[in-house]
Write a protein that binds this ligand. Structure first.
Ligand SMILES: *Cc1c(COP(=O)(O)O)cnc(C)c1O
Length: 388
């Protein structure tokens, strides 16, 4: 048996299903991309505040950071010799903003595969929204908890599960896991209602991933938890710096005891080299700057609501309540073709197909960012109106 043939056959099967993945030519996080000499407006990036492409901000950062603090490697875990001041300073700054303890991780992926296994045992039940991110699913799989998924945003079903397991003597703790803004539909969880459910069930702890909301929501950009005034009531409030914050890393806002517990039990934190300290210094610089960007957040909110109306005017359902706006077209081929046509007109929009999204819900995903202007949306929806 030729082993390479075995793997190649699996790849060929993916190609037949139209699900083969490969890297594209690097198009960067700039707002205007260049492809074959033609400019494209970037509607596919997670750089929601346009900070990753902001050269002036980058220069200001380097200007204030002396060379001896530009550490490009931590060379070990924070528990050995890698606990650079940049990490503690960022944690202190975030802790002041959020009002609770903060712990950093190398990435959002590390965060989600590490926290749930560390906190769970066989008497823990994890109840996760059906559409949570792959990194959360992987974290659940690595944990020794029992787990169930509830239908997406279906708090009636969640409540039924909670009532049942609140009475189950085998279960000591129930961790309810959700995102605040979801990445496929751009819709959001009802955090207020979740907090109310938690108050009614003593075994419940809440885990909320704000990956797409940090920087974008709330007066100071602290996320949906700030916007809905529930910052103190979410036990494990997590997020990533890789999206609106234009950096790299993950964080949890939690009780100090939980922070200490994670430092002792969370394997991706203990057994991986900490991220480069210069990245944490940059994150802190962006985190400070980001809190004052309410005009940008307002612009993004207006643009988003214009786009939802644009989708509805096409006669399509629009589940989105955020800057992530899906145009659900059904068949993968159709989504591919329309995305291609938009790209020809100068809009870099990507299609999402099964298995990333459910069968027959292939879509365009328009990711808005602070640099997009309403006139861009007017023109884009005019094209869609002609084609669909
Ligand atoms: C992007 C994302 C992550 C992963 O974060 P990284 O910092 O990119 O590893 C985790 N959770 C959600 C919901 C995400 O969208």
């Amino acid at each position: 048996m030729n082993h390479i043939d075995h793997f190649q056959e699996k790849l060929d099967a993916l190609k037949l299903q139209g699900q083969y993945r490969q890297f594209k030519a690097n198009l960067s996080s700039e707002f205007i991309l260049q492809r074959e000499g033609k400019p494209l407006i970037n509607l596919a990036s997670n750089d929601y505040l346009g900070l990753a492409g902001n050269l002036a901000l980058r220069e200001a950062f380097f200007d204030q950071l002396p060379n001896e603090q530009r550490h490009l490697s931590a060379s070990s875990s924070r528990l050995l010799t890698g606990n650079y001041p940049a990490f503690e300073q960022l944690e202190r700054e975030m802790s002041q903003a959020f009002g609770r303890s903060v712990l950093l991780f190398n990435s959002g992926y590390h965060m989600n595969i590490g926290i749930l296994p560390a906190l769970s045992d066989s008497k823990t039940l994890i109840l996760a929204d059906k559409l949570v991110h792959a990194s959360i699913i992987d974290g659940i799989r690595l944990s020794s908890a029992k787990y169930l998924r509830y239908r997406h945003n279906d708090l009636v079903q969640l409540k039924q599960f909670l009532e049942k397991y609140q009475e189950d003597h085998e279960i000591e703790r129930i961790i309810v896991v959700t995102e605040s803004i979801f990445s496929m539909d751009g819709d959001e969880a009802d955090l207020k209602a979740l907090v109310t459910l938690k108050a009614q069930h003593s075994k419940v702890l809440l885990y909320v991933d704000e990956a797409h909301a940090i920087g974008v929501r709330g007066e100071r950009g602290l996320g949906c938890a700030e916007q809905y005034d529930v910052l103190d009531q979410i036990d494990f409030l997590v997020g990533t710096f890789g999206k609106a914050l234009a950096s790299i890393g993950g964080y949890i806002v939690c009780h100090e005891t939980i922070r200490n517990y994670l430092i002792n039990f969370m394997r991706p934190l203990i057994f991986s080299t900490a991220q480069p300290p210069i990245s944490a210094a940059w994150t802190q610089f962006v985190f400070q700057h980001m809190q004052s960007l309410s005009a940008e957040r307002t612009h993004l909110a207006h643009l988003s609501s214009y786009a939802w109306q644009g989708v509805q005017a096409l006669g399509l359902d629009c589940p989105s309540t955020s800057q992530i706006v899906p145009v659900i077209l059904g068949e993968a081929k159709r989504a591919n073709a329309v995305a291609e046509m938009l790209q020809d007109q100068g809009y870099y929009v990507l299609p999402l197909r099964p298995p990333t999204v459910p069968q027959n819900t292939a879509r365009l995903r328009i990711c808005l960012n602070q640099n997009v202007q309403q006139q861009h949306m007017v023109a884009l929806f005019e094209y869609l109106r002609q084609w669909l």
